[in-house]
Design a protein around this ligand. Structure first.
Ligand code: PAF
Length: 295
């Protein structure tokens, strides 16, 4: 497996592959790989000639009181996991100075994601999606992929990054890979490792909440308030669960909708703390009935 740590070398590698007519897929990660990443890499291997997995814990997407320093870093284990998936992978693992040559201070140039970060996680994590979009844009410039794959658990991230590609005229295909779940429904996340055994058991309500909303939407429930209440009532089953938000937004604009229209695509999403561990989950759903044609 090839491990590349410099941006210039990564670009040279990608340019060589491109000149040979090979299709490059990028799987951006922050490491601490789990079954969800496994699914992303497998999907990438099936769709491209060359796969780059980036491992970079991006400081600018963590708030001052978030877990940047404590974020799990298991580089050797990650490389071993990737090696088992394919020995032909390239791993791009730059340092912070390589990705932010001018430093990470607030006055550097960064991507503004506009109103898309107003609700859901964006409402509680000031600057998070600006940090994600900035880092991913840099990863795109470094790895020069034809396609990029992201997990749909971070649905707001996927919608924002897809908009980044469209609005910045990037010639990159965006692929959202369905969330991989444990047998009890909990979505795989690097942060699950922080849960105590009791919290891990209780955390099953997180996926139950979004699936509860999905089911109600499928049965015709259109009111945001009713859907939010369904999610809260499930999350309240566990005393340990501290809800940060539970909401239903339009799947494209990420703005809340008081009443879902027939055929509308929506996103039901939650963020819930168990102790100091914050878990998120979400599902895309389409309301039954035909969408009205715009005249
Ligand atoms: O989803 C993640 O792991 C990160 O937000 C990403 C996309 C790698 C950007 O740092």
């Amino acid at each position: 497996m090839k491990i590349i740590t410099s941006v210039r070398k990564m670009q040279a590698w990608a340019d060589r592959r491109r000149s040979e007519g090979r299709c490059i897929a990028l799987v951006p990660t922050m490491g601490a790989l789990h079954a969800g990443h496994d699914a992303l890499v497998r999907a990438a291997l099936a769709s491209a000639d060359d796969v780059v997995v980036s491992i970079f814990v991006n400081p600018t997407q963590f708030g001052p009181r978030e877990d940047f320093n404590a974020y799990p870093r298991h580089f050797d284990e990650d490389v071993e996991i990737l090696g088992k998936l394919s020995s032909g992978l390239a791993v791009f693992a730059p340092g912070v100075e390589e990705m932010y040559p001018g430093g990470v201070q607030a006055d550097r140039i960064s991507v503004d994601v506009g109103y898309l970060s107003r609700y859901l996680c964006g409402a509680f994590r000031q600057g998070h999606f600006e940090g994600v979009a900035t880092a991913v844009l840099k990863l795109f410039h470094a790895c020069r992929p034809h396609v990029a794959l992201f997990g749909l658990k971070d649905a707001q991230q996927f919608v924002i990054l897809s908009r980044l590609v469209r609005d910045m005229l990037l010639d990159i295909g965006m692929v959202g890979v369905p969330t991989v779940r444990a047998a009890d429904g909990l979505a795989f996340s690097s942060r699950n490792a922080y849960l105590s055994p009791g919290q891990r058991k209780a955390a099953v309500v997180v996926s139950q909440a979004v699936h509860g909303a999905e089911e109600a939407i499928g049965k015709g429930e259109q009111r945001r308030a009713a859907l939010v209440e369904i999610m809260y009532s499930i999350l309240r089953r566990e005393d340990d669960a501290r809800v940060q938000y539970a909401d239903v937004v339009d799947a494209d604009t990420l703005q809340p909708i008081e009443e879902i229209s027939p055929g509308q695509h929506v996103l039901a999403a939650v963020a819930v703390y168990f102790g100091s561990t914050r878990l998120i989950d979400s599902v895309f759903a389409q309301a039954p009935g035909a969408a009205c044609r715009k005249i």
